[in-house]
Design a protein around this ligand. Structure first.
Ligand code: GTP
Ligand code: MG
Length: 207
């Protein structure tokens, strides 16, 4: 997909405040600091469309970006940020879960996980919750540039083994590096194909 325009629309503190759900929407979610905002910028070819930081907990609201004037890309706060109080963490969790369960035009969630780590309990629990809630999702490995390619492949294989303990069919998996601008094109291809499918089948989220 060619990105002709990508513009920030709005930051929302709850799902009810998000832009009208008139266009297909895709959301990036994952632990704090995993690289959600950076990958959005890399995919949009824009240095600081989404705000990034070396300190976890940068994104605290639901941020909507309108792409090519016909679909939304959403940057969500990270889950599991250890340095905030339990009650704030619960508030974030509620914000994220309510958004996911109520957002009518949400087509697919991209769950980002760090390619450097073995499967983490918190991520697996979130993936499990997506499955139980019937929310379509894909898994995106981030920061692949920090590892040798053979180590990335091994970590992805380990992840698959872990997922196979619960899932017979695995979701789509993507390996990315925001730093090297790699892998985002595959995600954009998926979004383009999905958008065309929705259009051809006259899917209208407003009804
Ligand atoms: P929160 O908004 O806090 O939830 O974090 P986030 O998931 O949006 O992460 P963000 O994009 O802000 O990136 C966190 C840190 O990781 C920053 O210091 C980025 O520069 C770094 N980073 C993100 N993606 C990559 C990548 O692909 N490669 C490398 N080497 N560093 C990355
Ligand atoms: Mg962020």
């Amino acid at each position: 997909m060619v990105i002709k325009t990508a513009e920030f629309v709005k930051s929302s503190g709850k799902w009810q405040e998000c832009p009208e759900p008139t266009m297909p929407e895709y959301a990036f979610i994952g632990r704090s600091n995993v690289g959600k905002s950076s990958l959005i910028n890399a995919m949009m070819n824009h240095k600081d469309l989404a705000k990034t930081s070396g300190t976890p907990g940068k994104t605290q609201l639901i941020n909507h970006f309108l792409v090519n004037e016909n679909w939304y890309l959403t940057d969500l706060p990270g889950y599991g940020y250890a340095k905030v109080s339990k009650s704030i963490r619960r508030d974030f969790e509620k914000l994220i879960n309510n958004y996911i369960l109520n957002r009518k035009n949400l087509v697919n969630i991209f769950v980002l996980v760090d390619a450097r780590h073995s499967p983490q309990k918190l991520d697996l629990e979130f993936i499990e919750w997506c499955g139980e809630s019937g929310v379509p999702f894909s898994i995106v490995f981030t920061k692949a540039d920090k590892l040798k390619p053979n180590v990335v492949i091994k970590n992805v294989e380990d992840y698959k083994v872990e997922l196979h303990k619960t899932w017979e069919d695995l979701p789509e998996l993507y390996i990315t590096s925001a730093e090297k601008k790699e892998g985002g094109d595959k995600i954009l291809d998926f979004i383009q194909t999905t958008n065309e499918f929705l259009k051809n089948n006259n899917v209208n989220f407003d009804e």
